[in-house]
Design a protein. Structure first.
Length: 458
């Protein structure tokens, strides 16, 4: 709603420009995606032209202040409209949460239990202007009715690593909850510095061990997570695993550019997820989409610093991986190590197919467009293997900007399973500095439409 009201004048102006993109209907994936997503070409918004001009600020709301307008004005109205009138309102303070720097976990557990067992719907409130300290917690369902968790204040993680021993890789873990909405404009702070220091990527003398994911949604259906800030996760910030029908809107995710493995939003084994209007600035992937995920849409995403938007990694340890029907539309990446990337390990199997990257602006990105089928993120070199995750039907459309490296476009595909159906349309990548920007292409079946620079030479 926010988006529509702010963008309408812009949209009208731009519709008249849309003839510049008139070849749209020739898009070979057009039909596939339309079925999967109800995608309508008439709503196509030639967004990338608008970057760098005066309307930039209006588009997807990269300023946290805008998030809060949305939260304070529109969100409560929506919430009132949707929550059953008789919903129980439950406040964590009523269950003994003190926000005094000591652990508040017990109060949160009791409040959750109470809210989750309400049969008339419940709103669980974390009050504003307070900082609650939490150890790892499981917020488990199924709940008796729909639940809204309103986080207005700050939730901060315990830094005592022994608190996490029983919980493995998690801090806040929502599990098997249906019809949950998590909203409120508050902050979820993973307090991750002590974990980063122990990462083998920072201290090479240490063994490689995983740190907790700040917030995990596991086996949740009909989930909405909107208008929250996530910062300084122990490792990943927000993971959706085995979830169905998810909306993740207006999120603001930040961690230092050198914090290890701090992915912004990680999507695994999840179907029907829409990630919209998010700003993600971290030390690892902005969004990563891995095996078992399909019908994934990411729209209006701002990234950087970080490693860019990734599909994968896939196929590690000779595993089979399946990712399909992904649309990344309207993204802006600045100073990231990759732009839009598909990464697979040698020796895997399965597929990554029906993928669209469209209307993307790159600003000083080291590998703006990359398919890397020789991905190897481990200490010892990866040995050559024949099998591979098959990459096919990938569209790159309306992608422009600057490359920080000489190789702006890289398709490093498997010799035994070349990348098929790779389609480039209106791609313009220029060097950030004076050097040339070139393409490096191996084992790839490509087609072009419109102007594509740099082109593969072979
Ligand atoms: C995914 O979304 C579509 C369209 O909204 C819906 O028809 C379909 O049932 C959803 N899939 C699942 C598994 O719920
Ligand atoms: C571009 O990126 C490179 C490498 O990441 C960095 O060294 C350089 O300062 C950046 N330039 C600008 C203008 O941001």
């Amino acid at each position: 709603m926010f988006l529509k009201s702010h963008c309408r004048p812009l949209l009208i102006t731009l519709i008249s420009l849309s003839s510049c993109f008139g070849s749209y209907t020739e898009d070979p994936f057009h039909n596939d995606f339309r079925q999967g997503h109800g995608y309508r070409p008439t709503t196509y918004h030639p967004y990338f032209r608008t970057f760098g001009v005066s309307n930039q600020g209006n588009y997807h709301n990269p300023n946290p202040a805008n998030l809060f307008n949305y939260n304070n004005e529109i969100r409560p109205r929506l919430a009132r409209a949707r929550a059953p009138v008789s919903s129980k309102v439950v406040n964590v303070d009523d269950f003994g949460a003190k926000a005094n720097g000591r652990d508040d976990s017990q109060a949160f557990k009791k409040a959750w239990k109470y809210a989750c067992s309400s049969s008339q719907g419940a709103v669980l409130v974390v009050p504003r202007n307070k900082i609650y300290r939490l150890k790892p917690i499981d917020f488990s369902g199924p709940c008796k009715s729909a639940l809204v968790l309103k986080i207005y204040g700050t939730i901060k993680a315990s830094t005592d690593h022994s608190d996490y021993q029983k919980h493995g890789r998690r801090w806040l873990y929502f599990n098997n909850v249906q019809n949950l909405r998590v909203v409120g404009g508050g902050i979820i702070n993973g307090n991750g510095r002590t974990w980063w220091e122990k990462s083998c990527k920072i201290n090479k003398a240490l063994p490689c061990k995983d740190a907790p994911t700040a917030v995990t949604f596991y086996e949740c259906t009909d989930l909405k997570v909107a208008g929250l800030r996530f910062k300084n996760a122990q490792q990943m910030h927000l993971t959706f695993q085995k979830c169905v029908n998810v909306k993740a809107f207006n999120l603001f995710v930040t961690a230092p550019g050198n914090s290890p493995n701090t992915d912004g939003i990680h999507v695994t084994e999840t179907q029907n997820i829409s990630i919209k209007n998010c700003v993600i600035r971290t030390g690892d992937d902005c969004i990563s989409i891995v095996s078992g995920s399909k019908h994934v849409r990411a729209t209006g995403i701002t990234c950087g610093p970080g490693h860019g938007i990734s599909i994968g990694s896939l196929g590690a340890g000779n595993s089979a991986a399946y990712v399909s029907d992904v649309i990344v539309n309207k993204a802006k990446l600045s100073g990231t190590t990759n732009g839009v990337r598909i990464k697979t390990w040698q020796g895997g199997s399965g597929y990554a197919k029906n993928i669209k990257f469209q209307n993307i602006v790159m600003n000083n990105v080291s590998n703006p467009i990359i398919i890397d089928q020789n991905y190897c993120d481990q200490r010892k070199p990866c040995s050559k293997q024949d099998s591979a995750v098959q990459v096919s039907n990938v569209l790159y459309q309306n992608i422009r900007g600057t490359s920080a490296s000489n190789v702006a476009l890289k398709f490093d595909c498997s010799q035994t399973f070349p990348c098929r159906g790779i389609f480039l349309q209106n791609v313009a990548l220029t060097p950030q500095e004076e050097d040339i920007a070139e393409a490096s292409c191996s084992n790839v079946r490509l087609s072009y439409q419109g102007k594509v620079t740099p082109p593969c030479s072979t």
